[in-house]
Design a protein around this ligand. Structure first.
Ligand code: MF3
Ligand code: CO
Length: 291
């Protein structure tokens, strides 16, 4: 038999406070939303204050790794050198690069250039050259807590078309972020992202998306950026997820490189851009934990 949690029992969130004075109202609000037919988060993906503090620390290291890459990235270096920077900086500061050996991924970071949509594998043979746009996707484990974010870098002089793609993708993430608040829906964010990309004739990749993060690298929910306002999961305080749309200059069609099973390319060979931030839903809005 399972007894329903009582008002005087200590709350499931680990605060030590009685349920009635902690998450009881919160759970009622979620139940009412579920009853109305909304997709709602399970307790498992709602982080406690103690967990949030640890994930925030992990995010700080993730940001520092990307800042370090930003200082050193330039034409003439190989993507393997980016991998070495990420590995060395992360481990020197007590972290572990989350991609390394993740489901067989061979390197510490993803480096995706031009028509590579995501999951590019660093290599001695890939030399950054003038005019390239590259996404560097860093994920960190610190004290067992995960963080994840990525940035675009423009190498030397980039064409105005590619520069616009990079800028608009970043703006799309910011517009999505503006929609992140408790008791809204992930679809509010998704709609804002793709509305902005489509204004420029770009397309947003449907088959690869974002995710919950923190206690694991990839948690529920799957976060799509091709969604409608008022749909998808309810956003509640304590949820942490990524906003990481892949925006293609041409069509949204993609394929996976058979030779490594990882790297995703645009079908039409046109460039793709991605920025990724990790966001916490708070009581009054949001907090960006990594960018
Ligand atoms: N960092 C990617 C993300 O944003 C995941 C990469 S998985 C890897 O979700 F194995 F390729 F690293
Ligand atoms: Co991610």
């Amino acid at each position: 038999m399972l007894r329903r949690i009582g008002e005087r029992d200590s709350c499931w969130c680990g605060s030590g406070k009685p349920y009635g004075r902690c998450h009881m109202e919160f759970d009622r609000k979620i139940s009412r939303a579920r009853f109305r037919g909304c997709q709602v988060p399970s307790h498992k993906i709602i982080k406690t204050p103690a967990q949030i503090e640890k994930i925030r620390e992990s995010g700080k290291l993730n940001i520092a790794v990307l800042d370090y890459v930003a200082e050193h990235i330039k034409a003439g270096i190989t993507t393997q050198e980016i991998d070495r920077m990420v590995y060395e900086y992360t481990t020197k500061h007590g972290g572990i690069p989350a991609p390394l050996n993740y489901e067989g991924f061979p390197k510490s970071v993803c480096t995706s250039i031009d028509s590579q949509v995501c999951h590019g594998i660093p290599s001695e043979d890939v030399i950054l050259k003038d005019g390239d746009i590259i996404n560097v996707d860093v994920s960190t484990i610190l004290d067992n807590y995960f963080s994840d974010s990525s940035r675009m870098f423009m190498i030397g002089k980039v064409s105005p078309e590619k520069e616009q793609l990079v800028r608009v993708t970043r703006e799309a993430v910011e517009m999505g972020l503006n929609e992140v608040k408790p008791w809204g829906f992930l679809g509010d964010m998704g709609q804002a992202v793709h509305d902005h990309a489509k204004k420029y004739g770009y397309s947003v990749v449907e088959d690869v998306g974002g995710h919950g993060v923190g206690l694991e690298f990839h948690e529920d929910p799957f976060v799509s950026y091709v969604t409608r306002r008022g749909t998808e999961m309810l956003m509640v305080p304590g949820m942490i997820f990524t906003i990481e749309p892949m925006v293609n200059m041409g069509s949204e069609e993609i394929y996976v490189d058979d030779s490594n099973g990882w790297t995703i390319y645009t079908e039409d060979g046109k460039p793709s851009a991605q920025w990724e931030i990790m966001v916490l839903v708070t009581e009054n809005g949001h907090e960006v934990l990594a960018w």
